[in-house]
Design a protein around this ligand. Structure first.
Ligand code: GLA
Length: 518
């Protein structure tokens, strides 16, 4: 008897061929009809740009094409734009997205075209820049959609956590390392701080800024990315050096660099930080701008303030929302120990001096436990001279500003280390009275700032914002200093003659003469 097997085989082969032919035919029909239909751009598109840490930076174009009109949204890192203008079609189109961000109207523009079933898009930061070109693929519907808005809680006063009675001192990874910070770097920076005299001078916090975040597990717990294999063990290591560990997050769905934020997971994240042994949180508005108005900032920040308190671990709470919505007026009420008063500092004289000398009006809001934060130090990052870095350090000391070094502590010059560890300047910064200094005199490029100190003495800084050396007469009476006095130069580290009615200071261009007058 003949076996039936070859017969079956033939049948399967024939069915297989029919199936393959059918799917090819449907794909061709789909493709042709997409080409012919007038809305082939419609759909959800994603550009995935991998980061070295296993995460990826995704840009979503959620497009709806209706003949010559393209509407929809663009989501990139912390931003979410509505498309408000468009021209062209699949062969060549331009879309313009807008978003409201506090008082600012943000705008992006992309040029693109459909090639096969890929979207080739390009954009430029500034009109004069070379365009960056990327390719978007179709993404499942709903991927990258903005999460639903959670209404902010009603306001109440968050109990003072009792921390940061003097301005926090430490180091933060962002200014020098940005997205390159990793476990090894953090450990070696902690080693450096513990052994180079900084710890003895009062520096404590080792703060990891943005880009440590991974995604979330099935229970919603925040994960670290590949750069930080074990946050608990890192915290143990840093604590073992007698130092403290800080971390970074955002009240929004995304951080500024586009990583996972704490949105909708505030309590859970605070508990995770506490379990890891975290001692400091910098909480950066970033992606929250897509869901909340500036007026909602207090309530949104209060949420994490409450969550940190509830975590049971003492965690310094640092608000970072670039000084919007007069944060100094409500920062303490939502549990904040410090709040940024400005946009990001850069390692240049212009940036540092504009920020530093612009803080005068905010003095009344600083007090023990609650500080104005004109941003982290750039000392030692190379963009300024040592004279300028001394001005940076002196100004931050007078301002009772947090002293968070932002350079590579493992490889700085002795000159930079000396600036960062000047005990007498640090003593001004850390004064128990917690009063922020103010500008008391100004003439052209020269300014005198002073700060009352707890032992009855006064810190006096004579600044020269001009390029050339200048002679400044400090008239004690102008500063309200009337009693007989002794003075010490805090950079020369020696007592100076101050008996007469005025003191003559020779101040280098962009430099400072800083005194403590008793
Ligand atoms: C914002 C902050 C910076 C830094 C970056 C990280 O720009 O102001 O200090 O934290 O985000 O992405």
């Amino acid at each position: 008897m003949k076996s039936r097997t070859p017969y079956r085989k033939n049948l399967y082969v024939t069915l297989g061929i029919i199936f393959v032919a059918f799917s090819i035919a449907t794909q061709i029909v789909d493709f042709v009809s997409a080409q012919q239909s007038n809305d082939p751009l419609t759909g959800n598109w994603v550009v995935r740009s991998p980061n070295a840490d296993g995460t990826s930076r995704n840009t979503y174009f959620n497009l709806k094409q209706d003949g010559p009109k393209i509407t929809g949204s663009i989501r990139v890192t912390q931003f979410y734009y509505q498309i408000t203008e468009s021209t062209g079609g699949p062969e060549a189109f331009t879309i313009i997205g807008n978003m409201k961000d506090g008082k600012t109207d943000r705008r992006v523009q992309y040029e693109g075209k459909l090639v096969g079933d890929e979207l080739r898009v390009s954009t430029r930061r500034r009109p004069t820049d070379k365009p960056t070109e990327v390719t978007a693929q179709r993404a499942p519907a709903g991927e990258g959609a903005l999460p639903a808005r959670i209404a902010p809680p009603a306001l109440h006063k968050v109990k003072d956590n009792g921390l940061a009675r003097t301005p926090p001192m430490g180091w933060n990874s962002w200014n020098k390392f940005a997205g390159r910070v990793d476990d090894v770097t953090v450990r070696s920076v902690a080693d450096a701080m513990a052994s180079n005299g900084m710890k003895e001078a009062g520096y404590r916090y080792i703060n990891i800024d943005d880009t440590w975040e991974g995604g979330r597990d099935a229970q919603g717990n925040i994960q670290t990315n590949k750069k930080f294999p074990n946050m608990k063990s890192l915290a143990d290591y840093v604590h073992g050096k007698g130092l403290k560990l800080g971390i970074y997050s955002s009240p929004g769905p995304n951080t500024c660099a586009g990583y996972e934020g704490s949105y909708g997971h505030e309590e859970q994240d605070a508990k995770t930080y506490a379990a890891w042994g975290i001692d400091y949180l910098k909480y950066d508005w970033c992606g929250a701008r897509t869901l909340y108005t500036d007026a909602e900032m207090p309530a949104v920040y209060q949420k994490m303030g409450d969550a940190l308190l509830a975590s049971g671990r003492p965690i310094v709470y640092s608000l970072c929302q670039y000084g919007r919505f007069d944060v100094w007026q409500w920062g303490a009420d939502v549990g904040g120990n410090l709040w940024r008063t400005t946009g990001d500092i850069r390692d240049s004289w212009d940036s540092m001096s504009r920020i530093g000398f612009g803080q005068d009006e905010l003095a009344r809001w600083a007090r023990a436990g609650h500080w104005n934060d004109p941003d982290m130090l750039e000392i030692g990052n190379g963009g300024m001279s040592e004279t300028e870095y001394k001005t940076h350090m002196s100004l931050w000391a007078i301002l009772a500003a947090p002293l968070l070094a932002g350079n590579d502590l493992r490889s700085m010059s002795p000159g930079i280390l000396e600036i960062l560890t000047n005990r007498e300047v640090i003593a001004v910064n850390q004064d128990q009275e917690g009063k922020q200094g103010r500008q008391v005199w100004k003439s052209g490029d020269q300014e005198i700032w002073s700060r009352p100190l707890s032992d009855g003495s006064t810190a006096v800084a004579v600044f020269n914002r001009g390029k050339d050396e200048a002679k400044v007469s400090v008239k004690w009476a102008d500063l309200g200093i009337v009693k007989k006095r002794a003075a010490r130069d805090l950079w020369l580290l020696r007592d100076v003659e101050a008996q007469g009615p005025e003191y003559s200071a020779t101040v280098p261009g962009h430099g400072v003469v800083m005194l403590r007058v008793k």
